[in-house]
Write a protein of this length. Structure first.
Lengths: 214, 319
């Protein structure tokens, strides 16, 4: 697990200045929530940390090593998307195994890890199903499982429960918190929901118009 | 899916089904005509009014695969007796089969031309679809400078009727020695289809959420691996639909094949009408050649039908 440090991050989309000189240190095992209105740069910051978005200037450090020029694949950071982005042509099992196959894990090892992650998320009975057959909550569990399965240094979550109904959100919040304690991964969570932020975060970072406000 | 079971709804459905059946019959009638013609005796093939009832025979197919000459004198009975049944069919029609010096039946060029068609259509389809898929992916996922202009330029290559460029193409091909070669037609059909493939595939690619690849990127894969493992399977419907269209275009192409090939690389479309012959026009042979020519497209489309049906609605309705 790891410490993430952002130094003077700047990013433009054409004429729009989406991230303005952001400086932030996220301690090991901390659960930080980025809170802010939509379009404030919180998702872009998250994507920049994951390596899905290039930054114009500044440094991103993971355990003290600059990673801003590494490919997403080499950063050892997992990402949970708002729409889950489960691979529709794979079964749940294959979805969970996919990140492990990337690094050439042995079949036995993959099977063990997938089953243990499946068990801790309560989705063991779904392993043979396709994502399209799952409920929203289960899709979300699979997406989180896929992120956790290779024990990344950091876990980034982009409004992961935003598209679930209120009651399910409540359940998932509790579950996320539990997972965070169990896995102890450094986590950054993006949301525009204050209640969500309050109940999950060790620390809340408020963003507006690309500037850290608090 | 909810079924609307009001009376007017059901009546509307029935009318719609009736209309669909009528339209289907209208569209199938040329296929019926050409197929029956291929099995008709020569006289009945061109009779007016067209004969509906006839005794089907396969003489046209025997003729299609052989070379023949008009009989100048009646055949001797012993020769007729010795001939195999399929040769008798030809003899009955007043023609004899051409034989080489050793007495073997000389086959027509139809099988060769048919194989040429297969080689050229399949190769150019594979090339056009792969190039189109990769190009469409690039246009869909990366910010390309002058994207709209480039896409328009790609499409504009389809705006000229092919026959306009046929003569210049002929001169160029003669200069570089591509006349009457398989590779010549393959290049041409690929170039012709690739613009179409790019546009069609771009629509499909745009429909695939980019989060799938991004997920693969953070899961530890390179963009290339993400493309092959995630994007290609997702684009399968689009690829199938594009492949069918490209294959049909390449398979049916006539004008360029007529002008740019004559023997070695000639495809079936220009060959079939060349069999009309002199003296009498044997439409049954033409029909037989055409019927066989229709089969590969039918098989190809049939094999991809599931993909195709999903593909059509998937690519066309949204956007």
């Amino acid at each position: 697990m790891a410490e993430i440090e952002l130094r003077h991050i700047d990013k433009h989309f054409g004429p729009v200045h989406v991230i303005r000189d952001v400086n932030l240190t996220i301690k090991d095992r901390e659960f930080v929530v980025f809170l802010g209105p939509s379009g404030c740069g919180k998702t872009t910051t998250l994507r920049a940390i994951a390596g899905l978005e290039e930054i114009d200037s500044g440094e991103i450090l993971l355990d003290g090593k600059p990673i801003q020029n590494l490919r997403a694949a080499d950063r050892d950071i997992a990402f949970v998307f708002q729409n889950y982005a489960l691979y529709p042509h794979f079964t749940v099992y294959e979805n969970l195994a996919f990140p492990l196959r990337a690094v050439g894990t042995s079949a036995v090892e993959i099977d063990k890890t997938v089953r243990s992650v499946g068990g801790s998320l309560g989705i063991s009975h779904l392993l043979k199903m396709r994502p399209s057959a799952l409920s929203g909550g289960d899709m979300q569990r699979v997406a989180i499982g896929r992120a956790l399965v290779r024990r990344p240094k950091a876990l980034l979550l982009d409004e992961p429960i935003g598209s679930l109904d209120a009651k399910l959100r409540e359940t998932m919040r509790v579950e996320l918190k539990r997972l965070h304690y169990e896995n102890g991964s450094t986590s950054i969570y993006v949301t525009h929901d204050q209640v969500e932020a309050m109940s999950l975060a060790d620390r809340i970072v408020v963003m507006n118009e690309g500037i850290l406000q608090q | 899916m909810a079924v609307v079971s009001t009376r007017s709804g059901r009546l509307g459905n029935r009318i719609a089904i009736a209309i669909v059946i009528v339209i289907t019959l209208i569209f199938l009638s040329p296929i019926y005509w050409i197929t029956t013609t291929a099995f008709k005796p020569l006289v009945q093939a061109t009779s007016v009014p067209p004969s509906i009832v006839f005794e089907p025979q396969i003489t046209p197919f025997v003729k299609l695969f052989t070379k023949r000459a008009q009989l100048t004198a009646p055949v001797a009975p012993e020769v007729y007796e010795a001939a195999p049944w399929w040769e008798r069919l030809v003899l009955d029609g007043g023609e004899r089969l051409a034989r080489d010096g050793k007495g073997n039946v000389v086959f027509s060029a139809y099988p060769d031309r048919f194989i040429n068609s297969l080689i050229i259509a399949i190769t150019s389809t594979i090339l056009a679809v792969s190039l189109g898929t990769v190009t469409a992916y690039g246009f869909s996922r990366f910010r390309v400078k002058g994207e709209a202009d480039l896409l328009f330029f790609i499409l504009s290559t389809r705006m000229l009727p092919p026959i306009v460029v046929a003569i210049p193409m002929f001169l160029m091909y003669r200069a570089v020695g591509l006349n009457d070669t398989h590779i010549g037609l393959i290049i041409l059909y690929t170039a012709f289809n690739v613009s179409f493939a790019v546009w069609l595939m771009k629509g499909f690619m745009d429909e695939i959420p980019k989060e799938y690849e991004e997920a693969a990127l953070v899961d530890g894969y390179t963009r290339m691996q993400a493309f092959f493992k995630i994007v290609l399977p997702e684009a399968a419907t689009g690829i199938a639909a594009t492949a069918v269209f490209c294959f049909i275009t390449a398979w049916n192409e006539y004008a360029f094949a007529l002008i740019l090939t004559n023997r070695r690389a000639q495809t079936a479309p220009p060959f079939i009408p060349s069999q009309i012959g002199t003296g009498l026009q044997d439409w049954t042979v033409i029909a037989a050649g055409t019927v066989l020519f229709l089969i590969p497209v039918a098989i190809f489309t049939f094999l991809l039908r599931n993909h195709l049906l999903r593909g059509m609605s998937f690519g066309a309705i949204r956007k």
